[in-house]
Design a protein around this ligand. Structure first.
Ligand code: HEC
Length: 159
């Protein structure tokens, strides 16, 4: 009798353990945990240009002829890069929305973004706050509302 209970107990624990392992494996098949904050999800997008839930590449048009993420062009810290192919601006939220005009790579002041909507237009349509198209190296990103929300949260969190 005691033996039967022992077997049942061990089986229960065993099945429970397998369940945990399967759950953990499923969780890891997602790039970012579902519980991740918008900032963490945005960081994922910024560095990989893939969806944080599925890992699928985020479609874009224009830009360079090879797939690149925001970080490849704007730097890991968002402060812009100077390369032989292009010079990219500081896109930290604090810089984009500086009322005095965003600080351009050459140190001069440029246009100022006045809303998240204007930043959305720049990222998804390649149009600056003044209605002028952005320079060609900047791709037009086909982001979902959720991806954009995550990305903006990350740009806002950049110190
Ligand atoms: C292939 C390189 C490249 C990639 C990848 C890239 N950018 Fe850019 N981006 C640029 C360049 C170059 C500019 C400057 C365009 C200009 O001056 O007109 C720019 C401009 C911008 C601007 C407008 C700044 C301004 O001067 O008004 C924003 C916002 C921006 N990028 C956000 C992003 C985000 C977010 C991502 C990723 C989803 C991204 N970029 C990916 C190269 C890139």
């Amino acid at each position: 009798m005691n033996r039967t209970w022992l077997v049942v107990a061990l089986l229960t624990i065993g099945i429970g353990a397998i369940g945990l392992v399967v759950t953990a494996a499923l969780a890891q098949s997602r790039p970012v945990a579902t519980t991740a904050s918008t900032v963490e999800r945005g960081r994922w997008i910024y560095f990989t240009a893939t969806n944080p839930d599925t890992g699928a590449p985020i479609p874009y048009s224009g830009g360079m002829m090879m797939p690149m993420a925001c970080a490849d062009c704007h730097g890991a810290d968002g402060r812009g890069l100077r390369t032989p192919m292009f010079v990219s601006p500081d896109i930290r939220y604090r810089n984009l929305t500086d009322p005095a005009g965003m600080r351009e790579p050459d140190g001069t002041r440029g246009h100022a973004y006045r809303s998240d909507e204007e930043i959305r237009r720049a990222i998804t349509e390649g149009i600056g706050p003044d209605g002028e198209p952005l320079a060609w190296p900047m791709p037009r990103w086909h982001l979902t509302d959720r991806e954009l929300e995550d990305l903006l949260a990350f740009l806002k969190a950049l110190p």
